[in-house]
Design a protein around this ligand. Structure first.
Ligand SMILES: [Zn+2]
Length: 602
């Protein structure tokens, strides 16, 4: 066999698989035979799973994430972390190409935009990072993807050089920089181009109608679109845009925790805020008073509503957008996190013809989702479901929804009286806050309606005491209340970086757990990875304390016993407390010690 040149022959086209990454790690000495066998098993599992779930995006089913999630310890003993940077280096070596660590601050975003389209970049996981010697340097996750390279050539309009980069780097550029940052940079350039400065920006925007702004300030429009898209893709529940002295900070709330995502120049922030205010028909000129509004947007073919509120702060208007994604707001009952016995019990409650069902917990404990999901599961053309909400969180065709408007004198109590004349079968009263509402709810239940509502109490049994405090006679409570359910949301440990964690003596004692002599209790925790943005958590699930009002409980209520007696009796009769429910999720490795303590206290 003769070799004609020293130039390495291009390697054949191939996919990056878990097994291939295993091969690379093994031949470079980072893993031993046993670990490699583990990886081969993971490879089979991964393929089966990918086939079964038809993973929505490649990002969800990434062989890199599958490998790094195993948290392999380096067999060479050097303590090298097996992350996707190491994997990218090994691929680069195998492909005889250069490895490139992407520095987002050094990227020329305009060049990127002129050289590749975002959908193409996402699909093939590649991004141009520089122009060097009249060639486009393209960072690829899979340099063996000849089909991608061939389709890219005509788009690049010049010669290309391939380098290899880590998947997390490439995807971060595409998701977080490309688009949003480009638009922000262009907008900043336009806005600061002499004619428009901070001083007359307000006037400039005031002069234009909403429609004009949309056509002329395309960069701002794009920036807002990219921002929303990024928020939806990150599963964010809220977007905070906060003006600071020098810039504005944009944070997303994901699984209940805020993450800083972007910083934008002040001048761009003003324009972004005006754009958002226009979108929800607020008064753009009004900056000293808080305002609120709504925006309807679309993402992946589904409608997502944003509830927007503004608040004047020291450095300007702060904007908070709450994201109402129907897929997050309404689930099947089984998707709420119930255990089988709990689901059976709750499903039985909501099928009753009349009575009151209470869901309790502080703000942010998932009550609304539970109520909507229950109503949605009951909705049918034969029944009339009417709701009174403050505010309406999500609009559903199947329900007749009314909003409380205290300014107009439409309170929960007032609306409830009115809708009883509208022949409802099922009524949802957003919250029982006062005696009048409580009385009307009881009245509705007594006259043959099924009533759902929520209370701000800490556990299930105190909701009974609360009704008494609101002036409902115990015999009316015992005859109408079907049950009370307290709930909380706990964060779920990220499955991609879940690992063991022993509890120390104090920690175990905090939860009243006792390890067998000489042993430690092992729970799970998230190590932190790309998928979970280094938080160790991904998604949330409910924990519940379900108190059915049966004969024994009814008896205690009638006698006016306090909540502790009621709680004791309920536990005796099989009620799992919030703490017990949380501990069960801890034992199952679904949530962490820290979450149990945070959510259920000590
Ligand atoms: Zn993770």
């Amino acid at each position: 066999m003769t070799t004609l040149t020293n130039v390495p022959l291009p390697k054949a086209s191939r996919d990056i698989t878990v097994a291939y990454l295993g091969d690379l790690l093994h031949s470079a000495g980072f893993i031993d035979d046993r670990q490699r066998a583990d990886l081969d098993a993971t490879d089979r599992q991964f393929r089966a799973q990918a086939r079964a779930t038809k993973a929505r995006t490649d990002e969800e089913a990434s062989p890199f994430k599958a490998v790094t999630a195993l948290n392999l310890t380096d067999a060479s003993g050097n303590g090298t972390k097996i992350d996707d940077f190491l994997l990218a280096r090994l691929i680069a070596e195998d492909a005889h190409l250069q490895f490139c660590k992407i520095d987002p601050l050094k990227l020329d975003l305009e060049m990127i935009e002129s050289k590749i389209s975002r959908p193409f970049a996402r699909k093939y996981k590649m991004i141009p990072v520089a122009i060097r010697d009249a060639k486009v340097v393209v960072a690829m996750v899979n340099p063996f993807d000849h089909a991608a390279i061939d389709s890219y050539r005509p788009m690049a309009k010049q010669d290309i050089d391939i380098v290899v980069s880590a998947e997390s780097d490439v995807m971060a550029v595409i998701n977080e920089q490309y688009g949003f940052r480009t638009s922000v940079t262009k907008a900043e350039r336009d806005l600061s181009r002499g004619t428009i400065d901070l001083g007359n920006l307000e006037q400039y925007i005031k002069l234009k109608s909403g429609a004009e702004i949309e056509t002329s300030d395309q960069h701002i429009v794009n920036a807002v679109d990219y921002l929303l898209q990024h928020a939806y893709e990150s599963r964010a529940s809220d977007i905070h845009i906060e003006p600071k002295r020098e810039h504005a900070q944009i944070r997303f709330r994901i699984d209940g925790v805020l993450h800083e995502m972007q910083r934008v120049p002040k001048i761009v922030n003003l324009a972004v805020t005006s754009r958002l205010k226009t979108m929800c028909r607020m008064d753009i000129a009004e900056k000293r008073r808080p305002q609120d509004g709504r925006i309807k947007t679309e993402h992946d073919g589904k409608e997502i509503e944003l509830r927007v509120s503004t608040l004047p702060t020291a450095f300007g208007e702060k904007v908070v957008m709450r994201i109402f994604d129907p897929e997050i707001l309404v689930r099947t009952l089984a998707g709420l996190g119930f255990y089988e016995d709990e689901l059976k019990l709750f499903a039985e409650w909501i099928k009753r013809p009349h009575g009151i069902i209470l869901v309790t917990g502080p703000t942010g404990s998932g009550k609304t989702v539970t109520l909507y999901s229950a109503l949605k599961s009951l909705a049918s053309p034969e029944i009339n479901i009417t709701t009174i909400e403050d505010p309406i969180e999500m609009v559903w065709d199947e329900f007749n929804q009314t909003a409380v408007q205290s300014k107009l004198g439409i309170t929960f109590a007032h609306a409830l009286r009115t809708i009883l004349r509208q022949d409802p079968d099922i009524i949802m009263v957003g919250e029982i806050r006062d005696g009048e509402t409580a009385q009307n709810a009881v009245q509705a239940a007594l006259t043959g309606h099924l009533v759902f509502s929520s209370l701000h109490t800490n556990d299930a049994s105190t909701s009974i005491t609360r009704l008494v405090d609101l002036g409902i006679p115990p015999f009316l409570i015992s005859s109408t209340l079907i049950g009370a359910m307290a709930q909380r949301l706990v964060r779920k440990i990220c499955e991609h970086c879940r690992r063991n964690r022993p509890l120390n003596f104090e920690e175990a004692a905090m939860l009243n757990l006792q390890a067998p002599p000489g042993k430690r209790i092992i729970v799970k925790e998230g190590a932190g990875c790309i998928r979970c943005r280094n938080t160790g958590y991904f998604g949330r699930t409910g924990i519940f304390e379900i108190l059915p009002v049966d004969n024994a409980i009814r008896d205690l209520v009638d006698r006016g016993e306090d909540f502790l007696k009621i709680k004791d009796m309920a536990i005796k009769r099989g009620m799992r407390t919030l703490r017990q429910s949380a501990l069960r999720k801890l034992a199952e490795g679904i949530t962490s010690f820290e979450e149990v303590v945070r959510v259920t206290g000590i």
